[in-house]
Every structure is written in C-alpha cells, then in structure tokens.
Design a binder for this molecule. Structure first.
Ligand code: AMP
Length: 282
C-alpha cells in the first residue's frame, strides 16, 4: 500500500493506472476506521482493479461548536487496517492540499433542497461542505466507482445528485448500514458514548424497527406512533432532533401511493449526535 498526501502525486498515479487500463474505486472516509468502513473497502475491491481510500477530516462540513477539533483520529492504526485489506493507496491530504486558498473564500458546491432538510436543517452548510470535498476527491482520484454507506442516507442522496448534476463520470454506490450485534449502527462517533449511554444507544434502531412494522401495517399510523416512540427515547435521556418518514428516492414527503420509504432519525445522547435510518419497501 502506498501512502500519498499530495493531490499532484495522486493525479500522477491515477493517470498511470488509467493508461494501463485499470479501473478505480474510491472510498472517502474521515478515518477512525471501523468495520462499516472496512465493509465498503471490501466491496470496492470487488468492483475495480485499484482501490483508493481517502482519510480527511473535512473542516467545512462541521458547524461552529461541532466536534471538528475533537473528531476521533487514529491514522497509524487506520493505515494498518488498510494495509491488511490490501488497499492500493491511502490518500491522506492535509488542509492545504484540498483547500490551497484556505476555507474562508473558497468555491463551494451546493445541492439545493435536499441539503436543506433533516440533517441539513440542523447543520446549516453541512451538505455543501460534504458535496465540495467529495467533488474535490472525485476530481483528484477520477474513480469509476465511489462507495458510500447508507448509514448517512441523506449524504448518499446529496452526492448522487451532485454527481448527476455536474456530469461527473463516477458511479455512486450506496451500501447497507453495518451494525453492532445489538443493532447500533457503527459510527466513529460511538466513541463519545459513556458505558451507560452505549447500553441505551441500541434503542435508536429498535425504535426504527418498531416504526417500520407500524408502517407496514398502515402508513397513516406513523405520526401517532412517532410521538410515542419519541417519548420512549426521551425517557432514556436522548434528545430527538428529528424522526421522519420520507420518500426513499429523494426524501420528499411521501405521497399516498408511495411504496419506497425511509425513516430517518437523529438523536443526541450525551456528547454524541447519532443518526440512523431504515429503508422500507411495501
Ligand atoms: P465517515 O468516516 O463517517 O465520514 O464515513 C465514511 C463512509 O463510511 C461514508 O460513506 C459513511 O456512510 C460510511 N459508513 C459509516 N458508518 C457506516 C456503517 N455503519 N455502515 C456502512 N457504512 C458506513
């Protein structure tokens, strides 16, 4: 595995690969790698002859007072994990490489509407930060495939829309959420949970499963059930930011004849803001 920090160097390697008819899969991450990331990497390796994993904690997707400064980092351990997976390149640029002119007046990409709801409403500018950095990574790495987890379902849709609108020739692959045995979605931010909070955290997925069963019995039951489920979660000390039923394709409010749904949730549990979702096909 080669470790690359410079954009220009990655450009050069990628050009050589392409000249030799290789296909490339990119897995963008913020590091602190867990089995959810490793799953994406294993899938990437099945899709293309070369795999690149990027590690970059992107400051412009964090709001004021969020956890940019304290975001967990374990770069040496991450590299060992990537070596074991036989990744071809780990791309770990510093801020200057991706934002050569700084982050005050740099060009941003905005995907309207879908970026403004749910997580976007609670984290203004977050998805513009995500779209901007992913566009930079795609332009630098020029992969045929880029893989994302549906754990961050809204992010996955924002990126799909951005790539489609900007005519970027990369297939965006969305893969299912990987979970702990007790149902908690794997996340780098689970490290923020105390022992007690960690035991409570699986209730998030449990409430999504309950809501899913209720919807399967009748979509119109969701709103009443939602109120009770939020009360239950809050009784465990969580603060529910949103708990919403949406159309899976674009997160619009579902119409009466809708068949594909996603229920999305964001909660605060202690210092951790946790998100999860469940996809429902009727
Ligand atoms: P992050 O490092 O949290 O920015 O995540 C990098 C990529 O891994 C994103 O595409 C995430 O959606 C994906 N990812 C994170 N957690 C999981 C998970 N539990 N299951 C599947 N993919 C995940």
């Amino acid at each position: 595995m080669e470790s690359i920090e410079e954009v220009i160097k990655l450009n050069r390697v990628v050009s050589e690969w392409k000249a030799n008819n290789n296909t490339i899969a990119l897995v963008p991450t913020m590091g602190s790698l867990h089995s959810g990331h490793i799953y994406l990497i294993k899938e990437a390796k099945k899709l293309a002859s070369k795999t690149v994993v990027s590690i970059f904690v992107n400051p412009i997707q964090f709001g004021k007072g969020e956890d940019y400064q304290s975001y967990p980092s374990s770069i040496e351990l991450d590299k060992k994990k990537l070596e074991k997976e036989e990744v071809d390149i780990v791309f770990a640029p510093d801020l200057k490489q991706l934002y050569p002119m700084g982050t005050d007046t740099d060009t941003r990409i905005t995907v309207p509407q879908i970026s403004e709801i749910l997580c976007g409403q609670h984290r203004p500018g977050h998805f513009s930060g995500v779209a901007t950095v992913v566009a930079k990574l795609l332009l630098t790495c020029k992969p045929g495939f880029a893989l994302f987890g549906k754990k961050d379902y809204q992010q996955y849709l924002v990126i799909k829309r951005m790539v489609s609108d900007l005519l970027i020739p990369t297939s965006i692959i969305g893969l299912p959420t990987q979970r702990e045995k007790d149902g908690l979605a794997l996340s780098s931010r689970n490290k923020y949970l105390s022992e007690v909070e960690r035991k409570i955290a699986p209730k998030i997925y449990l409430s999504l499963q309950k809501a899913s069963e209720i919807i399967c019995a009748g979509v119109s039951n969701f709103n009443n059930a939602k109120k009770a489920l939020i009360v239950e979660l809050e009784a465990y000390g969580m603060k529910v930011e949103y708990f919403e039923l949406r159309r899976a394709a674009d997160l619009a409010l579902p119409t009466d004849d809708e068949k594909s749904f996603v229920i999305l949730i964001a909660v605060w549990l202690g210092k951790a803001r946790l998100i999860d979702n469940i996809i429902i096909e009727l």
